[in-house]
Design a protein around this ligand. Sequence first.
Ligand code: SF4
Length: 280
Amino acid sequence: MRQTRILRGKNLFIFLSFLGVVLLGLALLGFWYLIQPRLGEIYSELPFIVGIAFLGLYLAVVSLFIVIVLSSFIRRDLISAKKITVRILFPLASAIGRVLGIQSDEIRGSFIEMNNSLVRTASRLVEGDRLLLLLPHCLQNFDCPHRVTAEVRNCERCGKCEIADLLTMCDSYGIKMSIATGGTLARRVIVETRPRAIVAVACERDLTGGIQESYPIPVIGVLNDRPHGPCRDTRVDLSKVEGAISFFLQRVTPRAGGPAEEGEPDVAVCGGKSDKTLRP
Ligand code: SF4
């Protein structure tokens, strides 16, 4: 299935979830249709009563879905939308997407955008030392001899890869940074550092798994670029990483050539270390 312009970004995920909600309605209708003769034998009014119950249940599901979509667009945490999105809508959307022949990474990418929107609905302040920047090992220059997965400070900041820039960024904001070689190590880092929020960089598959496994810790995912193919010398848009960090720290960062705006998520220039006392 070719993605049209309107189904770009999180819209694809919303569309697939909508199809899931429609299918659920059809399944409930079909189930009611099948059981209503037996219900009628028990009590003549029972098919009507069960039908009303099914309708009520379905209208509740539809209302929930509408509120989740609204939350992501108006950036207000109307309900606990992220939990339903992560636990229920994503598996549903993935299954429907596969049936429609949509590539898994397209669905995952769309889910990540939806997740990021929902994370941003909750304007949550996080102390710098409770914010974790989690990076994949493939961001490191392939020929670099330094073991940055064991200790990020082993990086000599030679500038051959973006680890140096990201380290400088983390020092500037006073946040933690870790480089993981895989899901197991990433999980261990999360258990050990106990972050209140995570900015994660990875591919679609790893980010999706990480967002699901880290729940309820809020994660803003930033997709890496793979100019040399997967898992080798990958890159990341530093302004997106900094925008996500700024969001969690609720930092005001100056824009090149103009004054900063409070709460603006996308930033281009790195600020100094925060001295605010923040509460999550
Ligand atoms: S910036 Fe750091 S991690 Fe990257 S190649 Fe240089 S020393 Fe290695």
